[in-house]
Write a new protein. Sequence first.
Length: 442
Amino acid sequence: MYLLYSLATLAVLLVLSPYFLYQALRHKKYIGSLKQRLGYLPVSLNLDGDESIWVHAVSVGEVLAARALIGELRRTYPRLRLFLSTTTRAGQELARRNVREVDGVFYFPIDWTFSVRRTLDIVRPRLFVMIETEIWPNVLRECRRRGIRTVLVNGRVSYRSFPRYRIIAPVFRRVLADLDRYCVQGEESAERLMRLGADPGRITVTGSLKFDAINTSPTPGRGHERVLRFFRMSAGRPVLVAGSTLKGEEAPIIRAFNRLRTRGSNPLLVIAPRQPERFGDVERICRQEGLSTVRRTELPIDAEPRGDAVVLDTIGELAVVYQIATVVFVGGSLVPAGGHNILEPAAFGKPIVFGPYMQNFAEIAAAFLANDAAVQVQSAREVDETIVGLMGDPVRRARLGAAARALVDANRGAKEQTLAVITALVPPDRGSAVVRPFRVVH
């Protein structure tokens, strides 16, 4: 089975190689990470061969969720080194810049036996922690062979992935057997895992780590305060923030914004494309629609943004920028992509609008709608009407924002439950801590 899986993975990579080549040539993606993806990590990552905890987070959203747990792991297991891997470049950049508690950051290996073994030989984990839906057969099998404990945390099985997994349920059941524990976000994901063959005794519903990952406290220096110095908004200026947008979502947002402009309130539009390679495309779309547009990296510090629109061409700043929003639209939801995280603007008490496609956050979205803490629209026309309506209704904005923040505060606690599962699986060594040198963060 595993040989066939590896061959299938190789075949997929060969078929997609023109795409990877294009991305490498145009956007400089994958070039610098190939060695690490093949398992050739620098020996200096773990020079003394110490045992560790290896946390894997695919991209930005998973890194942000992992951050809630990583600090607790550091305090609970001071004698173990702590490493974080990502799959995407955006996740790698955020991890290197914002996750200070780890001893090293690297790219996750391609799930082939030889690359997995090389990675494990350097990292030497006692515990392997996967964030959300990362289930890799060869990694899990090799961990099982070496006696490495494995935990899926913040787990979920989405409505889109569940039918695919069911097709290969007999094979998938065997892979799931290599996982020691499953910490899942909700009962629906737990039920789906059991239907796929997971041992019910290994499943714990902990809630979502993303509630615990949200930090609304300003951070001195290079944190929140510094970012906000590029957005010195005058009192009363309306700000529409469109976060994590995908292709096809910017046009309806801009139409709504242009209606706001006709009212003479001097509004500002901040658009944060989900994919860094689309920064230029979104800037062109804004200009084509008649908006005076600037990129975030071109803004002067300690000055209010001039013009109509700002394209947020940075990684990891969106959550901070939500603070200046009057109304927030969360992207990936107006097109069939499953939606993106609504918890960050909710934590700041902002009125949130999202589209009909929120399957990746189905349980969270349902809770927000049930508590009148967000607005769901079903079409591009509704986006226009809803945003313009909210901008002119401060009472409704305040009610939505207060309900959103209250819901976030009420649902924190997944971190403690997840850590309880992990410590039961891998009891902490209560000996004296090891003093480690400071890691240089670039």
